[in-house]
Design a protein around this ligand. Sequence first.
Ligand SMILES: Nc1ncnc2c1ncn2[C@@H]1O[C@H](COP(=O)(O)OP(=O)(O)OP(=O)(O)O)[C@@H](O)[C@H]1O
Length: 611
Amino acid sequence: MQPVSVAALAAAREKFFSGQSLPDGLVPAPILRSWQRCAEQGLDAGSSIRAEPMTASELRALHEQNEALRLLSRSELVSLRTEARLTDSVVILTDAKGLVLDTVGSPEFAGQAAEVSLRPGVAWSETSTGTNAIGTALAERRAIEVHGGEHFFEQDGILHCAASPIFDPYGKLAGVLDMSGHASTEHTHAMGLVRLAVEQIEHRFFNRAFDEMTVVRFHRSADLLGTTREGILVFDGARLVAGNRRAMHLVGLDRKALRQSSMDAIFENVGLAVDHGELRARNGERYFASVSAPRATTPTVIGTLPRAPKPRRDGPYFTAETQADLAKAIRLVNAEIPLLITGETGAGKEVFARHLHGQTGRAGKPFIAINCAALPESLIEAELFGYEPGAFTGARKSGAKGLVQQAEGGILFLDEIGDMPLLLQSRLLRVLQDKEVSPLGGGTPSKTDFVVICATNRELTAMVDAGTFRADLYFRIAQFTINLPTLSDMPDRSAVVEVLWSQLGGSHGQLPPTTVNQLADRPWPGNFREMAGALRALAALHDPGETITLQSLAPVAPSVGPTPTLTGDLGTLTETAMRRTVEQHSGNLSAAARALGIDRSTLYRRLVWKN
Ligand SMILES: Nc1ncnc2c1ncn2[C@@H]1O[C@H](COP(=O)(O)OP(=O)(O)OP(=O)(O)O)[C@@H](O)[C@H]1O
């Protein structure tokens, strides 16, 4: 529906607030319903009283309660932030009650938005704040735009807001994503961007474990499997318990079918433990599908589905979502667009970047990797940009070509970009803008052709806010962000163990299923790096043909029975204590770090296994 003109809206408000009935179509029906709810509640449109924002500790508690939602939404907030800055808007994530968790975007507008309380810890439910996109999206359980005077409270008339509810896989409201800007500005794309972002977030929910259930991913096009466009339905036994909007749409159901409908009522032939196969729905449609069976059940194939191909044994292991990201990344690199890869240490950022390089038009050209954290600050500049003969004490007589130039035609991979010193950040920004490098010591600038891929396990946006990372460099390198999942977020960790084992210890034969399950259940705070290290150790400690158990990995084997006495040097003791605490907190690093009274990053650092 077109936004109502300011004059028509003013007339509609006047009629409504003087108790007259409004003719149909004067304001959108969901807005009118919301006004009626607000009026019935006795809200006063002229009032400017706002609920008190929370205290810092209440806000911390709210953040903790919503840790999963915030984590799942992080990359969307980061990518929408750029758009928000361009349109002088803010992006807001709230919990399921409309309490603002995070806001990112234009600092100028954020200042004005804060005046109308669009800031963390404030409630934007309809009951406290009248008609507004967040509260009304929650009340109506659907995406909505609220423009200027459509807001119930007069003081909110300066806002244009577009919001969509976020549903968890079980159909429960998890929160709201909103984009708000000045009512006086056009926000043509806001609603579309919010919807797309919510689709991504909701899709990411399904990466969490459904170990005990059957997960069916399907689409009419095989290419769209693994992307946010796929339908996902989750069955507990035969009962439908979870699903995304796409799936409901594809099989013609609504959320009410959750917990009501059955596998048989929806599909003709769901096979268990099958990978890409064909699926027939009762509505007559045929789909390409990937089905994962509950863990620890015997796989059986039903109907006409082909047997599951074994997981890929060569090359890196990627989840369906990472594969979809890879497909996008290939196109972006081919279009010379910089990428930012985020993810915890050991999540495979460099492995992803190298694999990506091999799939792009730059495959035959160099892949130059530099770890900004590993180089002394004083050397980064010379390493990156090269230097003229005698540029500084200790420089080679002949001078040296910088890594940027060595990447000519290929990819420059800047790992740990968050550790790049501020001064060098501006130099790098200029090089990225001009695609021109001047070596240290005043050589002639020369044109270069490379695509930059940066990686980090730090919160760059927080560093931008703290002034330790340049915002302009951030926007340049983070035009597209790929977040790699942690191992504990991967839906099928047994498959990860099997793929890695086939690469690292395959000559020893297969791992027994109990060993696979025990390995899959471990927390792996060091992600792939840690798991790969453990598997290498297992292979080294066993002779080919010998049954492989975790006994030989005593320090990392899950502790059974009474806590064994700790022995070893101080470093080993500390690490053993850290591992135990992580285990006691079921792999939740934040909780373990809190219990130990140390920073989460320290925990990571100490628990990462070096290759
Ligand atoms: N997708 C993958 N499949 C299989 N093994 C992987 C994968 N990703 C990483 N690994 C293993 O983990 C190791 C560490 O990966 P990588 O160096 O890419 O991690 P990273 O995220 O860049 O870590 P850091 O942030 O500490 O630099 C690799 O050497 C490899 O053994």
